[in-house]
Design a protein around this ligand. Structure first.
Ligand code: ADP
Ligand code: MG
Length: 663
């Protein structure tokens, strides 16, 4: 494949700028799709108002007069004959065009019309008449120093010189079936569309291609799982397991029982478990995973539980440690802040099998951790891990059963597609005795009422979370910050209550300490960024106050709200915002996370839902899961069919499979 640097015009500086916006190969370049199009419609002199934007073509009637001012500034004037009359044109800094602008040359001028002087001050001048009434121009995301024109030039040069090298991920049979244009032509059109209809046609083709490749990956993983991996067939001492379940201080809900049963079935069977446990925040997924770990222990295997944050890993560790008091299970915690010495001891223990269960952050899969006989891997808050991390686990060499847990209630149809490689258990029912969390929307001017509501709860010995979108003040914005709120809260409550902060920039040990104090109740007000969002569980906390709530997606707000209402006390969530009330009212009126996620999906697409920042592979270049759902379904169907065909075009199959492993 031709190197990006050998595209004509792409020098070292341009290369650096292209790299900066994520373009590293010719393929990246030509699939750097426009994020919008400007539609330039030709108008006539009479239609446009004074000072209005105009696009018009015509013939040059007078020899252009060039005036040079100081260095780097020049201006050219000429008269243009158009279909609707003669008009003066003046344009700055186009001295270099002087020789091409002869009397009689046809040009197109884009600019502002001064009706009184009958002059267009042009911002752009093209050396050709408009071929159609409408001209569509691609507009790209770019960076300083790289103009839209530069990008368009490089892209078109690449298409011209090596457009045939760009791989097409759609197998021939589907190209024929749908009568798709070939890849090079499609790319040419997406960057230089002549009509809206053509544009629509090729964008469907390119979206289909992207979704086909994506669904192929998912289906391939599923297929490989079923085909190769004869998993571990666990034999479990049911009596001991039931004793353990009885020792839990509450009884399981029906949905929890059902999920446990489904997981036990998977453990016992000799095909490998690949299951997603979905349940709204607070539905009690953790205990289900602990039971699975204990069952796995009883059958003689090690378990690993991976959490997305250290706070959560520590919390799970303490909870499980408590439950295991009367057993002989050895459980350890491994995170980024475990000391080197302790880490070594843990590695040894995992390798020789003396440690039965391990809880930690991604450290568990990223580092050189060796297990004696890993039988079960659980990842909490699965939406934070992408498809590629899924493969990572699969590639750990062993064939443990895998359980993913997710509190993001993805609409079922989407979940089936995105997590199409997994089986699913769903917990809908909440533990008994939970009360509805009351949600209030307050303006910044109503802060006094908010403080009163907080005070009322604090007086009842309950605890409060306060959330801000930022940690510290940054330039030119007046959003609430953790640091400022700490000062304000200290002023209001500092005499009587202990207040502290927690955020992502703090060292892990410091975060743990604060979290522990909050769990134990020695801190009453905890001010935080959304690091608190994921999974943290303090049942005495009854109030969640979110400043600048309009800054967060509904799914995030729902997760945050789920931090309270975890015990039997009446809880509340207060959203503070001066704007965007319509959207926030959804939070006030709707409790069900599935409904909220549907709404969020409608409003924002999939971005917030899947935590795109954390899992880059959910980002599509041209497709949009929500808008292009029909195409997705078709691509899903086709990719399944294609995967099953023995004689399928193996070149494309190889291409698709290799794209799974290299990213
Ligand atoms: P999530 O599904 O959001 O991870 P957790 O597993 O953290 O929820 O559970 C939330 C809280 O509910 C925890 O304090 C847990 O101990 C408690 N809990 C879980 N199941 C039950 C149950 N069946 N009855 C009562 N409380 C429960
Ligand atoms: Mg959880």
């Amino acid at each position: 494949m031709t190197e990006l640097s050998s595209i004509k015009g792409v020098g070292p500086k341009a290369l650096m700028l292209l790299n900066k916006i994520g373009i590293n190969t010719v393929e990246d370049l030509v699939t750097h799709y426009p994020f919008r199009y400007d539609i330039l419609e030709r108008c006539n002199l009479l239609e446009v108002e004074d000072g209005g934007h105009i696009i018009i073509d015509g013939r040059i009637e007078s020899v252009p007069i060039l005036m040079r001012f100081k260095a780097g500034l020049n201006k050219m004037n000429f008269r243009l004959v158009t279909k609707s009359g003669v008009v003066g044109v003046s344009i700055f800094n186009r001295a270099f065009l002087k020789n091409q602008l002869q009397v009689g040359t046809y040009v197109t001028v884009i600019g502002k019309l001064d009706k009184k002087k009958n002059v267009i001050t042009a911002s752009e001048l093209k050396l050709e008449p408009l071929s159609n009434k409408v001209k569509i121009e691609a507009v790209y995301h770019s960076t300083n120093g790289l103009t839209n024109k530069n990008l368009a030039t490089y892209i078109n040069m690449a298409l011209l010189t090596c457009g045939n090298e760009i791989p097409d991920y759609i197998p021939k049979e589907y190209i024929e079936k749908y009568n798709f244009l070939n890849k090079k032509t499609a790319l040419n059109i997406i960057h230089n569309p002549s009509t809206k209809e053509k544009l629509k046609e090729v964008s469907i083709r390119l979206k289909y291609e992207e979704l086909f490749a994506f669904m192929f990956k998912i289906n391939y993983l599923k297929y490989e799982n079923k085909k190769n991996d004869s998993g571990i067939s666990h034999s479990i001492d049911e009596k001991k397991l039931n004793q353990f379940i009885k020792s839990i201080p509450f009884s399981l809900t029906n949905d929890q029982k059902k999920a446990v049963e489904e997981i036990l079935e998977d453990l016992k069977s000799n095909s490998r478990m690949n299951r997603l446990l979905q349940g709204d925040v607070g539905s009690g997924k953790t205990i289900v995973s602990f039971i699975a770990m204990y069952a796995n222990f009883l059958s003689g295997y090690q378990s690993a539980l991976m959490a997305p944050t250290e706070i959560l890993a520590v919390q799970h560790y303490h909870n499980l440690k408590n439950l295991l008091q009367d057993t002989n299970v050895s459980l350890e915690l491994l995170t980024g802040s475990t000391s080197k010495k302790d880490k070594q001891a843990i590695y040894n223990g995992l390798k020789d099998g003396s440690i039965h269960m391990i809880i930690g952050t991604h450290a568990l899969i990223q580092e050189e951790v060796e297990y004696q006989n890993l039988g079960l891997v659980i990842t909490d808050e699965q939406h934070r891990f992408g498809v590629n991390q899924r493969t990572n686990l699969h590639n750990k060499g062993m064939k443990p059963d895998i359980l993913y847990m997710s509190a993001t209630p993805i609409p079922r149809t989407y979940a089936l597609t995105i997590y199409g490689d997994m089986d699913m258990s769903i917990i809908k029912e909440r533990p008994k005795g939970r009360k509805k969390i009351e949600t209030y929307i307050k303006k910044n001017s109503e802060i006094k009422e908010v403080l009163e509501m907080m005070f009322e709860q604090l007086e009842k010995n309950h605890q409060v979370y306060v959330i801000a979108p930022l940690i510290e003040d940054s330039e030119n914005n007046d959003l609430a910050t953790v640091c400022n709120l700490k000062d304000q809260m200290t002023l209001a409550f500092g005499k009587k209550y202990k207040i502290d902060i927690i955020h992502g920039k703090m060292a892990s040990a410091a975060k743990d300490l604060i979290m522990q104090e909050f769990v134990q109740g020695s801190i009453q007000i905890l001010i935080s960024t959304t690091v608190i969002e994921v999974g943290v569980d303090v049942s005495n906390a009854t109030t969640m106050v979110i400043f600048d709530a309009n800054r967060f997606g509904l799914s995030t707000l729902h997760q945050l709200r789920g931090r309270v209402g975890r015990g039997s006390h009446q809880s509340q969530c207060i959203l503070i915002s001066d704007s965007d009330t319509k959207r926030l009212e959804i939070m006030r009126d709707v409790e069900d996370g599935f409904v909220i996620s549907e709404e969020d999906f409608k409003l924002r697409g999939h971005g917030d839902l899947f935590g795109t920042k954390q899992s880059g592979d959910m980002e599509f270049k041209i497709a949009n899961l929500r808008e292009d759902y029909k195409i997705l379904l078709q691509a899903k169907k086709d990719s399944e069919e294609y995967l099953k065909k023995k004689d399928a075009d193996s070149e494309i199959k190889d291409l698709l499979i290799s794209s799974i492993h290299h990213n």
